[in-house]
Design a protein around this ligand. Structure first.
Ligand code: ADP
Ligand code: MG
Length: 349
């Protein structure tokens, strides 16, 4: 009798609890391995937005993520008449007696980043491009060019040095100046969605704002997310390079995103603030891999604007930033130390 009790207490009971523990682990592992990712796609911010959760099945989180996009569209849109940026650009915000506008924190933050990258690129990237960019229409099928006189007049208003920003107070030093945050806002919004997902306990997700990708963690089993760099002008999906990424932003600026052809010339949406016409510098696209998507978004456009040599120099001077430049001959160019810090899953040259 006593022997049986000892057997029960010393061997069977612990064995039972160990088995129970192992079963729980297996169940958890199995659930993570087989659970379908939950995803929501919607047209927001003038593009296709897709958020995918890999370790949560809470639909409400996805819906809130889409609401976040809309809330920021109400701040950053250059064309929506009720947005804070539109009102700033059209002198509809209250001004103090020194001529300063008081901006919301998100707007001030994105403008600050924009001004930093304008400085770093010596004005090749310039968020005061709005008077020029609003003359171009890359979305309609008309393919019409702005009048050269209009471009000349608009260019006189473009110079980031004429924006004074102090905290969240902003003053334009020239009347009629306007800002275009099209090269930066999506990055900021992606970062904010990531913060929100983390606050909800999501640790494995993909945020894709029209090809601007921000990874939250990795797949639940620890394998990195795979993201491809498109071969410009090839069918969507054909990839020149596939990267394995964890917790990184991968943002591309390319000539093929918004463009039209007229009389054999390709006109695309990244404009030279010195001429008012699209850059023609032999580049097809620049992809930036960074921690912050705001940095990545600004830098992809800034490096495109700088061209291969100076753009690569800028990337190589910054810590924790990697880049892929694709030139018109179809070749890709990697920043220093690329393959030591980014996993290249496959390459096509
Ligand atoms: P996408 O909108 O495809 O993500 P980008 O991030 O490269 O592309 O941003 C391009 C947008 O940036 C343009 O549509 C325009 O709004 C704005 N832009 C164009 N030229 C410049 C420039 N030289 N400096 C700053 N912003 C620019
Ligand atoms: Mg950009």
């Amino acid at each position: 009798m006593k022997k049986h009790k000892i057997l029960l207490a010393r061997i069977l009971l612990p064995a039972f609890f160990i088995l129970l523990f192992l079963a729980a682990i297996c169940q958890q592992y199995g659930r993570q391995k087989t659970e379908q990712p939950l995803s929501l796609t919607s047209f927001k911010l003038n593009t296709v937005v897709r958020v995918t959760l890999y370790d949560s099945s809470d639909q409400e989180i996805l819906e809130r993520a889409m609401d976040i996009c809309e809330e920021y569209e109400d701040i950053f849109s250059r064309t929506k008449e009720s947005s804070e940026l539109f009102r700033l650009n059209h002198q509809e915000l209250p001004k103090d007696k020194e001529g300063f506008y008081s901006l919301s924190k998100p707007l001030a933050q994105v403008i600050e980043a924009g001004l930093t990258y304008a400085e770093l690129s010596d004005g090749a990237f310039d968020i005061t491009i709005a008077p020029v960019s609003s003359l171009w229409d890359f979305t309609s099928s008309e393919n019409s060019l702005p009048e050269p006189e209009d471009i000349q007049a608009a260019l006189s208003l473009v110079d980031y040095k004429n924006v004074s920003l102090s905290g969240s107070r902003l003053r334009f030093e020239k009347e009629g100046m306007q800002l275009d945050l099209g090269a930066a806002a999506k990055g900021y919004i992606a970062d904010q969605i990531k913060e929100y997902l983390l606050s909800q306990g999501v640790t494995s997700a993909l945020i894709d704002l029209g090809g601007n990708v921000l990874c939250v963690g990795s797949h639940p089993d620890g394998t990195p997310f795979e993201t491809g760099i498109q071969k410009p002008f090839s069918d969507r999906g054909e990839q020149i390079l596939t990267l394995g990424v964890e917790n990184k932003s991968v943002v591309t600026s390319g000539v093929y995103e918004r463009c039209f052809e007229k009389d054999g010339i390709l006109y695309h949406h990244i404009l030279n603030p010195r001429t008012g016409y699209p850059y023609d510098n032999g580049l097809l696209s620049v992809t930036i891999i960074s921690d912050s998507s705001l940095d990545g978004d600004c830098l992809s456009t800034a490096c495109f604007s700088l061209g291969l040599e100076k753009g690569m120099e800028l990337v190589n001077s910054l810590p924790d930033i990697q880049a892929v430049f694709i030139t018109e001959d179809g070749q890709f160019h990697l920043s220093d130390g690329f393959e030591e810090s980014v996993t290249v899953v496959s390459k096509k040259s």
